[in-house]
Write a protein that binds this ligand. Sequence first.
Ligand SMILES: *Cc1c(COP(=O)(O)O)cnc(C)c1O
Length: 394
Amino acid sequence: MTRPLDPRTRMIHDGTDRRAFGEMSEALYLTQGFAYDSAAQAEARFDGSDPGYVYARYGNPTVGMFEDRLASLEGAEACFATASGMAAVNAAMFSQLAAGDHAVAARALFGSCHYIVDTLLPRFGVETTLVDGTDLDQWRAAMRGNTKLCFLESPSNPTLEIIDIAAVAGIAHAAGARLVVDNVFATPCFQRPLELGADLVMYSTTKHIDGQGRCLGGALLGSAEIVRGPVLEYMKHTGGALSPFNAWVMLKGLETLHLRCDAQARSAEAIAAHLSGHGAVRRTLYPGLADHPQHALAMGQMTRGGTMVSFELADKEAAFAFLDALEIAKISNNLGDAKTIATHPTTTTHQRMTEEDRLSLGITPGLIRLSVGLEAPDDLIADLDRGLAAAGSS
Ligand SMILES: *Cc1c(COP(=O)(O)O)cnc(C)c1O
């Protein structure tokens, strides 16, 4: 048997579909459609007996290369790329649920995912239950005869809570439901939900996979039965396709994903250790730190603590003083970017939640979420110290 190739090698080559000119860099097929050789071939494309492309809403060669390369990284049978992460979440839910079904999700969710589960699905007759994702008894108690789907993200945004993916997959499957995991914070480099029992993995490729803040994109990965079945059917008719240009940018992003994620995680580890010893910081949340409440679980299902660090300052005034004193890190709300980004969830990404809901998730007015970038770690630590000095004297 030949030795299996390391993912770092596969991300440089897999999915490449080299055509007429033997081009080295993957071609950008900026085309909506495809000309057929004959009327019979057009007929065969439409009835599926000829597997060639028909229309870019559900298939394009550049998008296909991106899907194949990402599927190789994830170890998934199939991938469907979408216009954004939210298009992927939407497809995961609406392609698999119908009126009368029930879905269960962890309460600590990305804001728009929360909106789909809590507001949109009930509007279409799907009952939903939100649970504390870290409490397996709540998952068990929430299961009903008509539960079809469970949804979670781990680590969660922005408090970096860890949910036991294998355990929730077991509970979901025992109830006849499927598990969808939003793996954006962990990245495909550090966590493999399909191996832990998840049925579908979702990415906002806007984040680490682009990694340079250029394009929106998303993806769903899992078995061919689900991805080439209900997901493809839904996407084909509802139009959330990834543009070929964005797919091309992200295909190149995959070539450097491991390098970037490793470097960003290494800096995040150093920054988390630094913050946890700093007098102005009340609490540092990082799954890779030994004092994280679920450190053992995190290290059991992730290979590293990831590129995100959250921490708590005294109050909103201290948080704003910290942010305004930063010179390298940018105040923004993307994550996974080469540029370090600091976010104040209470007043931005989680502003629309009630204060009670925020506090129940641990989103206090002093909480800062940091997406650690590719700058030199010593420069970042000096920048954070500048912010912390300002926070301490606010
Ligand atoms: C950004 C993000 C999404 C949504 O992705 P978009 O590409 O912005 O639509 C979903 N989940 C998590 C955890 C995210 O960070």
